[in-house]
Design a protein around this ligand. Structure first.
Ligand SMILES: [Zn+2]
Ligand SMILES: [Zn+2]
Length: 286
């Protein structure tokens, strides 16, 4: 199973030389399993545009899992080429709401904000609620739980070939009363348990976080504590702050690595692929 980071940045895209190493595109991660016709994609930030241009004619089925509908996680949707292919079936999953997903996404994908409406897309489109019970999609099993973040957001657990990927890009478990000591009541812990690769919000340096409690994001050290609590094998710090250049992200990552002996810690790098071949994740060094 290959996990590729197409967008790693949080909040807003930050292209430029100062973010060239870790990436300036917003959240998008692709998971390719054993079936070359089927892809799982996590979030549709600006990174999904380049991913879409690389998806070849063999891919016929895509499950696109949206963690939530904050703009940095959906802004790339209108530029995702497979949506305009009649031979591709795309299922979009998102947090449940009393407002239908078609209407929620349609606020962005309709004039005057965007010239094309969802119903005019050429692909075979299906809109689904993120599943709290495990759902089998080809070789993948997918599950979601609500997590602590402003507005409704979920984290996902994706299993395939005996491996587990947990994706919690926007998450502030430190607001929970039992964090980081007790797994039972910790936000997101059930889906993250024993992950081979935990992709987790690590937006802030520890000293920054004290000024941003309640904003919905984690410090790098809280991401490490969450990874230790849930027994992750590897942690990829994700949703890098738009104000952090490459050297800042590298420094924060070294601090996080020094804080744990139990978890392999890296910062997610746009363009990097993590291969889950055996039982352990091997993550490119920052
Ligand atoms: Zn975000
Ligand atoms: Zn968000």
């Amino acid at each position: 199973m290959n996990v590729t980071f197409w967008g790693t940045r949080g909040s807003i895209a930050t292209p430029g030389p100062e973010t060239a190493a870790y990436g300036g595109d917003t959240s998008c991660v692709a998971i390719a399993g054993i079936d070359p016709e089927h892809l799982v994609i996590l979030d549709a930030g600006t990174g999904i545009r380049r991913l879409g241009s690389e998806i070849g004619p063999r891919v016929r089925r895509i499950d696109l899992l949206l963690s939530h509908l904050h703009l940095d996680h959906i802004v790339g949707l209108g530029f995702f080429a497979p949506l305009f292919r009649p031979d591709v079936a795309v299922s979009v999953w998102a947090p449940p709401s009393t407002t239908p997903l078609l209407e929620r996404l349609g606020r962005y994908l309709s004039p005057p904000l965007f010239p094309v409406r969802l119903r005019d897309l050429a692909c075979e489109l299906e809109l689904r609620d993120a599943p709290e019970e495990p759902v089998v999609r080809g070789a993948f099993t997918i599950r979601a739980v609500p997590v602590i973040h402003p507005d409704t957001a979920v984290g996902y657990r994706v299993e395939a070939g005996g491996h587990v990927i947990a994706y919690l890009p926007d998450h502030e478990p430190a607001l929970g009363p039992s964090f980081p000591f007790e797994m039972t009541w910790t936000s997101g812990a059930t889906i993250a348990l024993d992950a081979d690769l935990l992709i987790h919000d690590g937006q802030y340096a520890p000293d920054e976080y004290t000024e941003r409690v309640g904003w919905g994001h984690s410090s790098t050290l809280d991401a490490v504590a969450f990874a230790e609590l849930t027994r992750a094998r590897a942690l990829a710090l994700f949703h890098h702050d738009p104000w952090h250049d490459d050297s800042r992200v590298a420094h924060m990552t070294r601090e996080a690595q020094a804080a744990t002996g139990a978890v392999t810690v890296t910062a997610a790098r746009q363009g990097a692929t993590v291969t889950l071949g055996e039982r352990r994740a091997s993550v490119p060094a920052p």
